[in-house]
Design a binder for this molecule. Structure first.
Ligand SMILES: [Zn+2]
Length: 182
């Protein structure tokens, strides 16, 4: 296994210290919730959607194995739940932010773009997820600046050390790393 890293923030726009601290607190709480989820058989990823006033709209873990469905990532589950709750396929009027314990994968970046989510905050960057777990996060050239062009704020690396420890726990417990054979 690789050495844990310290937090190095990546952002595609200027955020205030308060905004960053608030996002880090939410991600850190998600990492704590994720430990509980993993004991119930979920994958090692959790996502939540909040409105601009800090109200939780939806929260969901990765359920690929439980649901036997390859697109049941935490981000996709949380977006689906928020859209069901609000009764719309277009979340853009609600000014919602998505918080993820790890950087969204290739598939989830597409799901986020089509959902109307306005900001994405994440914990562990994909290169660290891949190094620790062996999951394939996909190819995502320049995605933070592509999101910026579309008016979507991105900030990553929040509570990264805590997140890496949770992923390491998942591997130590020999939980499944699900992926297609290649
Ligand atoms: Zn994903």
């Amino acid at each position: 296994m690789t050495q844990p890293t310290t937090e190095t923030l990546i952002a595609n726009t200027n955020l205030s210290t308060d905004q960053i601290n608030q996002a880090r607190t939410i991600i850190r709480n998600l990492q704590a919730d994720l430990k509980t989820c993993m004991t119930k058989g979920t994958g090692p990823f959790l996502a939540a959607i909040y409105d601009a006033d800090g109200n939780l709209i939806a929260q969901a873990p990765n359920t690929v194995v439980r649901d036997q469905c390859s697109h049941r990532h935490a981000e996709m589950n949380a977006i689906q739940l928020a859209q069901q709750i609000l009764g719309t396929y277009d979340l853009s009027p609600y000014n919602l932010s998505l918080y993820c314990t790890s950087e969204p994968c290739l598939m989830c970046l597409g799901g986020i773009l089509w959902s109307g989510i306005k900001a994405v905050y994440y914990g562990v960057p994909s290169d660290r997820v891949e190094a620790i777990t062996g999951f394939d996060e996909g190819f995502k050239p320049n995605w933070q600046s592509e999101f910026k062009k579309r008016g979507i704020t991105v900030c990553g690396g929040l509570a990264q050390t805590v997140g890496e420890a949770v992923l390491t726990d998942y591997m130590t417990a020999r939980h499944p790393v699900y992926r297609p054979d290649r």
